[in-house]
Every structure is written in C-alpha cells, then in structure tokens.
Design a protein around this ligand. Structure first.
Ligand code: SF4
Ligand code: SF4
Length: 66
C-alpha cells in the first residue's frame, strides 16, 4: 500500500496551518512551522497519502522521486 518512492509535498503558500495533516500522519512526519505552514520530514514520510486526503485546503500532493 505504501509507495516508498513517494513523499508528501506541501504548497506552503496556501497552507492554513490547521494542523490536520500533522494529527493524521501515522509517522509523525509533519510539523507546523512557526504556526504558519506544515513541513514534511521526508525521512519519516512513507507516502501513505493520508494527509493528502485529509487536508481541508487540498495543498498536499504526493510526489514521486522528489
Ligand atoms: S492539513 Fe493542509 S492546510 Fe492544514 S496544516 Fe496540513 S497542509 Fe496546511
Ligand atoms: S503521506 Fe502519510 S506518512 Fe507522509 S506525511 Fe502524509 S500522512 Fe505522513
């Protein structure tokens, strides 16, 4: 199910820092930086896509090989 070559990417300019992605990430790979945008730790992300589905602003995508 997990695609190891994929990683979540956040369009920071459009992130509203709601924290939903950080709450749902099973790997604890997302933190909210300075209360203003989400940042993905690419070493922890396993590309499950959960944050992509849950982000209310639809600003997360899965990128291959990035
Ligand atoms: S769920 Fe979306 S809008 Fe909310 S903090 Fe994460 S990336 Fe930003
Ligand atoms: S794709 Fe999965 S593991 Fe990666 S940041 Fe999103 S919820 Fe976490």
């Amino acid at each position: 199910m997990c695609k190891k070559n994929r990683r979540a990417m956040v369009r920071k300019d459009d992130c509203v820092a709601c924290g939903t992605c950080a709450d749902v990430c099973p790997r604890g790979a997302i933190t909210i930086q300075w209360g203003s945008f989400a940042q993905v730790d690419r070493d922890l992300c396993v590309g499950c896509g959960r944050c992509v589905r849950e982000c209310p602003a639809a600003v997360i995508t899965l990128e291959v090989g990035a």
